[in-house]
Design a protein around this ligand. Structure first.
Ligand SMILES: Cc1ncc(COP(=O)(O)O)c(C=O)c1O
Length: 390
C-alpha cells in the first residue's frame, strides 16, 4: 500500500483490502480472511475464482502459445468468432483487449459508415447517465460530466438524450446521424434498464436514417442477465448492428470484442483497424472454454438471479431508506435514499464484497456459479447492516 501511494498515479480510491487468492465464490486476503465476492472484479470473474476448467486451459495454453500477434493465424480466434456469431446473431468479430478499446473500434466503424455516405454524417446519439469507457472516443459518448469535464474538448458531434425518452430520441435523429450507442442496462450509471419500446424505436429510427445501432454489452452481456446478451432478454429481440462486450468474456484474461453485421463490418476495410495483443491464443481459448461452461449455467443464472431479486425486494420492503431494486439476472442495483459507501465498507468488514455506483446504488455482480446458498449468506449480512442504519 505504501509503495502504491508513492509510485502509482493517484487515480484510484481503493478499499483497504489486499486480495491474495480466491476459490469459487470466495476471495481471500493476505491473512487468509474470506470474503463472499459479489462484485467479481466488476463483473469479470464470471466463473468465480480458480475455476478448475479455466485453470486447466490457462495452464495448458501457457505452455504452448500465449501470444502470436495478428500477423499470423492461430487455432482459436476463428472458432471463437464463429461461436460469438452464433450467440449474438451478428456476423463478424474483431478482438481487442478491453471494453473501452472495443468501444473505440465500434465508434470508428460508426464514423467510417457515416463518412462513406457523406462527410456531414458523423453525429452520434448517446444517452445521459451512460458509461462507455475512459479513452477519448468512449468518453465523448459517456453522458456523465464528472468523467468528461477534465478532458474536453472531446470528439465532436455527440448528442445526449435522456434514458427511455421516446420524444427526445425521435428529435435527435437526422440524416447527419451515423449511429446511436446504447447500454441495454446502464451499469456504472446505477443499473437502469432501457425499455423495450425505447430500444425498438431506436432500431426503427436507425434503419430509417441509415445509422448504426450499437449495443454496449460490456457490463450487461455474455450471460450476466441470464441470456447470452441483454438485448435477447425478452421475446422481442431487437438486434443491434454492432455489439461490444468484454468483462467476463475470458474470465479475467483481458479480451474485448466488437461483433458486427455485414453492413456495419463493411465500413472497416483492410488496414483501417488493428491490435497487437487483441484476440491472442490464450484469451481466445479461455473464452471458448467459458462459452461451453456458460451454456450449462444460463438456467442457473436465471433461477438464482430471480431468487436474489426476491430476497432483496423483501429486504427493501422492511427498510424505508431503500428506494428501489433494479436489474435482471445477476446484475442488480439497490438504490438507496442515503449514500452507499459506508454500507460497502461495513459489508467488507462482515466478509461480503460489493460496491457502490452513482453514490447511492449498491451494485451486485455475483459470479455465474452462485447458488441460493451464497445469496442467503449475502442477504443475511445485508439484513444485519440495514437494521443498523439510522
Ligand atoms: C458499459 C461499459 N462500457 C465500457 C466500459 C469500459 O470497459 P473497460 O474498463 O474494460 O475499458 C465499462 C466498464 O465498466 C462498462 O461498464
Amino acid at each position: 500500500m505504501d509503495l502504491e501511494r508513492e509510485y502509482l498515479l493517484q487515480n484510484y480510491a481503493r478499499y483497504p483490502l489486499v486480495l491474495a487468492r480466491g476459490k469459487g465464490c470466495y476471495a481471500y486476503d493476505l491473512e487468509g480472511r474470506r470474503y463472499l465476492d459479489f462484485i467479481t472484479g466488476i463483473g469479470v470473474n464470471a466463473l468465480g475464482h480458480a475455476h478448475p476448467r479455466i485453470v486447466k486451459v490457462i495452464r495448458e495454453q501457457a505452455g504452448l502459445l500465449i501470444h502470436s500477434s495478428n500477423l499470423y493465424y492461430h487455432q482459436y480466434q476463428g472458432p471463437l468468432a464463429d461461436r460469438l456469431s452464433a450467440m449474438s446473431g451478428l456476423a463478424r468479430a474483431f478482438f481487442g483487449n478491453t471494453g473501452t478499446e472495443a468501444m473505440e473500434g465500434a465508434l470508428k466503424m460508426v464514423h467510417a459508415h457515416g463518412r462513406a455516405v457523406s462527410p456531414e454524417k458523423y453525429e452520434v446519439i448517446a444517452l445521459e447517465n451512460s458509461f462507455h469507457g475512459r479513452t477519448l472516443g468512449a468518453l465523448s459518448i459517456t453522458g456523465q460530466p464528472k468523467y468528461r469535464q477534465d478532458f474536453e474538448p472531446l470528439v465532436p458531434g455527440v448528442r445526449f438524450i435522456p434514458v427511455n425518452d421516446l420524444e427526445s430520441l425521435g428529435a435527435a435523429f437526422s440524416d447527419r446521424t451515423a449511429g446511436i450507442v446504447l447500454e441495454m442496462i446502464q451499469g456504472e450509471g446505477g443499473i437502469y434498464p432501457l425499455t423495450q419500446q425505447f430500444v425498438a424505436k431506436a432500431r426503427e429510427l436507425a434503419d430509417r436514417f441509415n445509422a448504426l445501432l450499437v449495443a454496449d454489452e460490456i457490463q450487461c452481456g455474455v450471460g450476466r442477465t441470464g441470456t447470452y446478451f441483454a438485448y435477447q432478454r425478452t421475446n422481442h429481440v431487437t438486434l443491434p448492428d454492432v455489439m461490444v462486450t468484454a468483462k467476463p468474456l475470458a474470465c479475467g484474461i483481458p479480451l474485448g470484442v466488437i461483433m458486427a453485421n455485414e453492413r456495419a463490418a463493411a465500413a472497416i476495410k483492410p488496414g483501417m483497424h488493428g491490435s497487437t495483443f487483441g484476440g491472442g491464443p490464450l484469451a481466445c481459448r479461455v473464452a471458448l472454454e467459458f462459452c461451453d461452461i456458460l451454456d450449462e449455467l444460463l438456467p442457473q443464472i436465471q433461477r438464482v438471479g430471480g431468487y436474489f431479486h426476491l430476497q432483496l425486494n423483501e429486504l427493501a420492503r422492511k427498510h424505508s431508506f431503500v428506494k428501489e431494486v433494479r436489474g435482471f439476472g445477476l446484475m442488480i442495483g439497490v438504490d438507496l435514499h442515503i449514500p452507499g459507501k459506508q454500507l460497502v465498507l461495513d459489508a467488507m468488514a462482515e466478509g461480503l464484497l460489493i460496491n457502490c455506483t452513482h453514490d447511492t446504488v449498491l451494485r451486485f455482480l455475483p459470479p455465474y456459479i452462485v447458488t441460493e446458498r451464497e445469496v442467503d449468506v449475502a442477504v443475511k449480512i445485508l439484513a444485519k447492516l440495514f437494521s443498523k442504519v439510522k
